[in-house]
Design a protein around this ligand. Structure first.
Ligand code: FAQ
Length: 311
């Protein structure tokens, strides 16, 4: 019954153990996981678009092959995450509907344009870097299917991040124009990558409960801080700077002080008013419509097989 289920749930959470799909769980726990995991899946799928924009213009065959593999990895991440989310009792069709009608969120970061080849480097380094910082703790998420999906996803993201770093390193060792291109991409992606961690803790309505349930292991600000700490030495190695004159080491806190983040920009982009929101959703809707014949053919084939089995 519910009382026994709830007691077991609390016990498993307190013991840092895992909740499996068939275990009893509070409705709000289920809802918050469906929310976060489906948004995460949508982010992976929408996140294919800014990078796909450069597949046909990659500077060499090798770069093109690597970029195609990366974009395919993102599709794979989206698919595992949709499958993991389905274990909570929502269908793939429902999730797709929420995405293409604009009812569901996806990460703000994928609403920015990719203006030059250097953006592919900056995305790998900064966006995949932020994704790793946020997702490594999710490998220990209390909901087991999410944690398990994250293990493989994080391994692939680490490769993506090194790939981005290496693109920027190559540009920074190139001509002055290539160096300017790399610096310009870093200037444009730096602040949006910090916004990927979500609003500041004081304005994060979901954090306290998600941390108590051990879905999130660290707060938005803690992870953002950890990310900047990781980036600074890498930026020095690359020879790029960040567009934050107030960024400096604070000896007392043993952490970097950051300049003011423009939170109104994050709110605008989440609300649908970023540079590419309309284009991203439009493309996703077209892809869904273009795939209608595949879904119809698969359904017809399944029906035919079922009929044969009955006969
Ligand atoms: N964008 O109360 P909180 C990738 C929403 S990485 C849009 O703090 P929470 C890899 C939030 O949903 C990107 N919305 O919420 C890749 C909530 O709205 P709701 C995906 C945002 O959940 C790389 C409201 O604001 N990663 O795809 C954002 O506790 C390269 C209040 O916020 C994940 O999804 C934002 N930046 O913490 C792919 C990781 N920030 O739902 C391709 C999993 C906040 O109540 C290429 N997710 N919101 O209507 C998480 O860790 C969490 O959901 C947070 C937000 C940290 C994003």
């Amino acid at each position: 019954d519910d009382a026994a289920g709830e007691a077991l749930f609390e016990e498993l959470i307190a013991a840092d153990s895992r909740i499996e799909p068939r275990d009893w769980m509070p409705d709000a726990y289920r809802r918050t996981l469906i929310r976060q995991m489906s948004q995460h899946a949508h982010s992976e799928i929408i996140g294919m678009q800014p990078e796909a924009n450069w597949i046909s213009r990659a500077p060499s065959l090798k770069r093109k092959a690597i970029l195609m593999a990366k974009v395919q990895d993102e599709a794979g991440h989206g698919l595992y995450l949709y499958s993991a989310t389905q274990t909570l009792g929502i269908t793939r069709d429902e999730m797709t509907e929420q995405l293409i009608t604009g009812a569901a969120k996806y990460s703000s970061i994928f609403n920015y344009p990719t203006l030059s080849w250097a953006d592919i480097g900056a995305i790998g380094w900064l966006v995949d870097g932020a994704a790793i910082c946020n997702q490594v703790p999710l490998c220990r998420c209390s909901y087991a299917p999410y944690g398990r999906a994250m293990v493989r996803i994080c391994k692939e993201e680490s490769f993506h991040q090194r790939q981005g770093f290496e693109i920027l390193l190559t540009l920074m060792r190139g001509t002055p124009e290539q160096q300017r291109m790399a610096q310009d991409a870093v200037n444009r992606w730096y602040w949006p990558s910090l916004m990927m961690f979500g609003p500041p803790d004081a304005d994060s309505p979901n954090s306290a409960r998600s941390m108590a349930w051990k879905i999130k292991r660290f707060s938005n600000d803690e992870l953002r801080q950890r990310f900047v700490g990781m980036l600074v030495p890498q930026a020095e190695a690359l020879g790029v700077t960040f567009p934050d004159p107030d960024l400096k080491w604070n000896d007392e806190r043993q952490a970097y002080d950051l300049g003011e983040i423009d939170w109104s920009e994050l709110q605008r982009v989440i609300a649908g008013d970023g540079p590419c929101n309309a284009q991203r959703l439009q493309r996703r809707r077209e892809a869904h419509e273009d795939g209608a014949w595949v879904r119809e053919a698969a359904a017809a084939y399944a029906e035919k097989r079922a009929q044969k089995a009955r006969a």
